[in-house]
Design a protein around this ligand. Structure first.
Ligand code: 2BA
Length: 109
């Protein structure tokens, strides 16, 4: 068995949940926050048999898009101590960031 941690954008999370239900993939959804953008995202915890890992990765890939978001750079000062106003910088977010980990034990009481 493997444990997948899949960090996805909020916009993709409902569709991905539905696809997991349809495919009989059991998952837990957590509301999380990205460390860089400090914006909400969604982390799925998925316990799955080894032979189904590729299937789950494919579902995630099919349902999570890359999108551009803007991060505002901090105000900077030049040598004359004039403040330059902050301006938005584009960063590409996603489709999804997925960690695959081995599971030592699984109990379902
Ligand atoms: P955030 O940390 O909010 O990052 C959002 C996007 O900002 C990232 O997209 C990446 O394009 C950019 N970014 C992140 N850190 C950066 C940095 N130090 N300098 C420049 N750009 C940076 P993704 O790579 O697709 O990541 C989406 C979200 O997945 C992240 O949101 C974070 O919540 C999670 N994530 C990504 N890599 C991770 C990792 N190695 N460990 C834990 N969580 C991770």
């Amino acid at each position: 068995m493997k444990l997948l941690l899949a960090i996805v954008q909020d916009k993709d999370s409902n569709r991905l949940s539905s696809e997991f239900v349809q495919a009989n993939v059991r998952a837990t959804k957590l509301s999380t926050t990205g460390g860089f953008l400090r914006a909400g995202n969604t982390t799925f915890i998925i316990g799955i048999e080894d032979e189904r890992v590729d299937e789950v990765l494919e579902i995630i890939k099919e349902n999570c898009q890359a999108r551009e978001q803007y991060v505002t750079s901090p105000v900077t000062f030049d040598i004359s101590m004039d403040a330059h106003s902050s301006y938005p910088i584009p960063v590409q977010v996603g489709g999804a960031t997925v960690f695959v980990m081995p599971v030592e034990g699984f109990h379902h009481f």
